[in-house]
Design a binder for this molecule. Sequence first.
Ligand code: KIV
Length: 280
Amino acid sequence: MTLSPVPTRSAWPTDRRITIRDLQAATDRGEKWAMLTSYDTQTAGVMERAGVRALLVGDTSGMTVLGHPDTIAVTMDQMIPMVQAVVRGTDTALVVADLPFGSYQNGPKQALANATRHLKEGGAHAVKLEGGGRTRNQVRRLVDAGIPVMAHLGLTPQSVNVLGGMRRIQGRGEAGDQLLADALALEAAGAFALVLESVPADLGNRVTKELHIPTVGIGAGRHCDAQIMVWQDLAGLTPGRLPKFVKRYADLDQILGDAFAEYATEVAEGRYPDDDHSYS
Ligand code: KIV
């Protein structure tokens, strides 16, 4: 199937990487933009050609690629080859690399060392880290060093053991005021965008109205400036019950399963390889 690109009514660059200024400019002119998680070269290229402007090499790779139950076990050494692969597979998308659990909580110095690895070794253009006021100093240190930072509030999966699960909606009631205060603090510290995960849509709207930087929603309603999803969720590869915000745009589990089964059957029956797929 040929992918039709997202219609371009605006000035997205086609001959250079998208920068954080391009994302801000799109938000300023009221144009919504899409992000996806990305962990490998080939699907990164498909996403870019489809009009996805920024790719997050997320620590969700711990689950989607490495098979862990959550993101806690992921290390910098596991993240970097994936960041390199996504950068190599793209020409224009902005690549954001997640700082995994344990790589920045120790303070600004540790955050700077690991964010520097993401840019120097991985080739990333920005990093993402989770948390509110407690990570403000890390954000400021990275931005001072010239490293763009995407912040992440609401359901922060690296805190799964404190939150008591990955499915709990955050920011209801008075917690919404705290989340907004954290969002403003992160913006003041220099974050260029803010991921809002699993919060009520009216809180997503409130934060989006208060902030100048783009909000990137995942389960935060339609008012966010941008949206992000884990690509295996939208493509139908993630098994089991998914959160309400996940919309399945394809059933790759079925499509790939059928292709693999046909191949296995043809091999078993001696129908593959046939003469068309053999050297004379
Ligand atoms: O790690 C990740 O993929 C994320 C997204 C779900 C926002 O943080």
